[in-house]
Design a protein around this ligand. Structure first.
Ligand code: DGT
Ligand code: CA
Ligand code: ZN
Length: 644
């Protein structure tokens, strides 16, 4: 099999047992289960690998210890055959016949499984019935309507695959922000501990907090005499799957999941966030370009590789207007450099001890990396009106979170406890309404249960108050916006909530409709007096599906009018890294129309609360200040806004 990125049996980096880690084996077993399914193997073999992978993933004890003492066989979910295979893998570095399986299954079939919405079983059927064995082949088969006519598939599946292929092509090789940033921060932390490293910063789209990240860019400064030692140490760091190139001052690497273990620090949100990233990063890899430069050059190289390209072009233009040349090496007066180029010209660079001095030389205030998209930030920096961007420490609570009353994993008390641990003053619970069905079953809270939840929250708040603690739980609902623009529940039930977050969940219906029909339905829901917050406005799931068509500008304008009339109608920035919806490109539009924003983690577990940090990243990218975001308000003011 030609290589599919992230697929295959990893090379061992050790000369003695254990030759492989638990995570490496889990990844391979997951892949083997898919390969077996693609190969048409019997379902019991497929399940054996799936079960073993899950069992290994949940092991509490050290795998090497278990194998050494021959105790793995006693682990539930791992049969005799696979227990002995795992032993060979760990102790000898031998994977039995698994390598042959990777060779046997066509690469194209594996790539097809990467299409959102297409699993191995159906890929196998498409291969058997239509001879399709690649993503391109499937695209042609769909365009010729062959898939729609296939028994058990139909026009809907065909459309889904075409959309999925489109998305796959656009996402190829990109990672969601949480994954990219997790890898980037972990690598930065490791590099910062190498002797001789003076500074190290993440650059590129990760530093700019784009919602997806192509590759990581890092810039390291070290004195010239230490640079080769530093490069050697970087190449020896754990978590490097492959070195694509190392020449001069540039290193090109592929990172693997193990770089994440320990060491991705984001302050208070630290532990749960890094655990969440490790869980979410299952078998992903990411490329990293690292540049090691001298301390004088560092600010220039950092600014250049932070980008964006469009921002850099504007900066370079401003330099030219001042008779200067700006590049990754320095900021040089043209009059001094003559025909010199590159590093030779840089010997004549103006001295800048940090990025802000580069901006100052060009008549600009420093621009936060998130803003560097050539969206007006140059003009703002020129007129000293760069916004004072919101910080994660300014968040005092969040209003969209789930509990075990709907599809959350933690109870009300547990969610509130974690919110307090984060230093928040309040948490809003907004479980689903009954219209949301998953697998034919409603997962929402029925009206009777709403009453029970209300009294639970009341008594929790009373308990807090009795203890002299100002922490509050607000009782909200994530209430479905039904396709006809009505809200779920009746008026009386909706009237009992502190806040009603209206969200669309019947995505397929909304996706199949005309944009204006959707826009009208959404506006009509927003106009309902009980409605307070628009939840994940477009329903997109990054790298999985596009949102439904809706004219957000019309929606925002109407919400602005309603706010002007004295109603509270806010838009959430859903901070789940899977959504990041409202998109950052629309944040300023909302603000300018007088619509307040809320940063909501949409947490389904205590760990999920920490996702607010991604929402703050997106809010910053959208130019927002603390005053534009409601959940920077203290508890008394939120209480007042929500009507006590
Ligand atoms: P990505 O990796 O696709 O998520 O996006 P970036 O922004 O990280 O882009 P990347 O990795 O290709 O390059 C990193 C930065 O280097 C980019 O943001 C700006 C700078 N850069 C790269 N190529 C050029 C170029 O041709 N001209 C200019 N002015 N800057 C460039
Ligand atoms: Ca990049
Ligand atoms: Zn939700």
């Amino acid at each position: 099999m030609a290589k599919v990125i992230g697929w295959g049996i990893p090379k061992s980096k050790r000369s003695k047992a254990p030759f492989y880690t638990k995570n490496q084996i889990v990844t391979v077993f997951d892949q083997v289960a898919i390969l077996l399914e693609l190969d048409g193997a019997n379902v019991f073999r497929v399940r054996a690998y799936q079960n073993a992978s899950r069992a290994l993933g949940q092991l509490e004890k050290d795998l090497f210890d278990l194998v050494s003492e021959d105790l793995l066989i006693q682990t539930k979910g791992i049969g005799k055959g696979l227990a002995s295979l795992v032993k060979d893998i760990v102790m000898e570095g031998h994977w039995g016949k698994l390598g042959e399986l990777y060779d046997k299954v066509p690469t194209g079939l594996v790539e097809m499984v990467g299409i959102p919405g297409l699993g191995p079983k159906r890929a196998r059927t498409l291969f058997e019935e239509l001879g399709v064995s690649s993503v391109d082949g499937l695209k042609i088969a769909c365009e010729e309507n062959l898939v729609a006519e296939l028994q058990g598939f139909g026009a809907k599946s065909q459309k889904k695959y075409l959309d999925g292929i489109d998305l796959l092509r656009r996402n190829q090789g990109r990672s969601r922000l949480d994954i990219g940033l997790g890898f980037g921060i972990a690598l930065r932390n490791r590099i910062s501990k190498i002797p001789g490293v003076m500074e190290v910063e993440l650059a590129g789209s990760a530093r700019r907090r784009k919602e997806t990240i192509g590759d990581l860019d890092l810039v390291v400064s070290a004195a010239p005499e230490n640079q080769s030692g530093v490069i050697g140490s970087i190449l020896g760091l754990p978590g490097i799957a492959d070195v694509k190139g190392a020449g001069g001052s540039k290193i090109s690497l592929i990172l693997e999941q193990s770089v994440l273990v320990s060491d991705s620090s984001r302050g208070k949100l630290d532990k749960s966030l890094s655990e969440a990233i490790i869980n979410r990063a299952q078998d992903s890899t990411i490329d990293a370009q690292i540049r090691v430069v001298s301390p004088e050059m560092f600010p220039f190289t950092l600014a250049y590789f932070t980008g964006s390209k469009e921002h850099n072009i504007r900066m370079r233009q401003l330099a030219i207007e001042r008779g200067l040349r700006l590049n990754e090496f320095g900021l040089m007066p043209e009059s001094l450099i003559g025909d010199l180029i590159g590093i030779n010209a840089a010997a004549h660079s103006l001295i800048c001890k940090d990025e802000s001095q580069i901006y100052n030389h060009l008549g600009l205030d420093w621009v936060a990396p998130e803003l560097r998209e050539d969206n007006g930030e140059i003009e703002a920096a020129m007129s000293k009106s760069i916004p004072n961007l919101i910080e994660v420490t300014e968040i005092r609570g969040a209003l969209h979170n789930h509990t075990t009353a709907s599809d959350g994993q933690n109870t009300l008390e547990e969610m509130a406890g974690e919110a307090r641990r984060l230093g928040w003053e309040y948490i809003g619970i907004a479980d689903h309404s009954p219209a949301l069905r998953i697998g034919g079953r409603s997962i929402g809270v029925d009206p009777d249960a709403v009453e029970i939840q209300a009294s639970e929250i009341e008594s929790f708040n009373r308990k807090m108050a009795d203890q002299g603690d100002a922490f509050r739980v607000f009782h909200g609902s994530e209430c479905d916006i039904l396709p006809d623009g009505k809200l779920d529940y009746n008026e009386d039930v909706r009237g009992t909530f502190h806040h009603v977050i209206g969200s669309v969940h019947a995505i397929n219906t909304w996706k199949s409709r005309d944009e204006q029909v959707n826009t009208d339905a959404m506006i009509s829901a927003i106009e309902d007096p009980s409605f307070t917050v628009l939840g994940h406005p477009t329903g997109r799931v990054l790298q999985v599906r596009e949102g439904f068509p809706v004219d957000m500008l019309q929606v925002i304008k109407r919400m602005g009018e309603l706010n002007g009339d004295g109603y509270l109608k806010a838009i959430e920035i859903n901070a789940s890294p899977y959504r990041l919806d409202l998109d950052w490109r629309l944040c300023r539009t909302a603000r300018d129309h007088g619509v307040p924003l809320l940063i909501n983690p949409d947490a389904h577990s205590v760990e999920g609360l920490s996702d607010v940090s991604y929402g703050v990243d997106i809010a910053r990218k959208g130019w927002l200040e603390a005053k534009d975001v409601l959940n920077t308000l203290p508890v008394e003011e939120i209480d007042q806004l929500l009507g006590g």
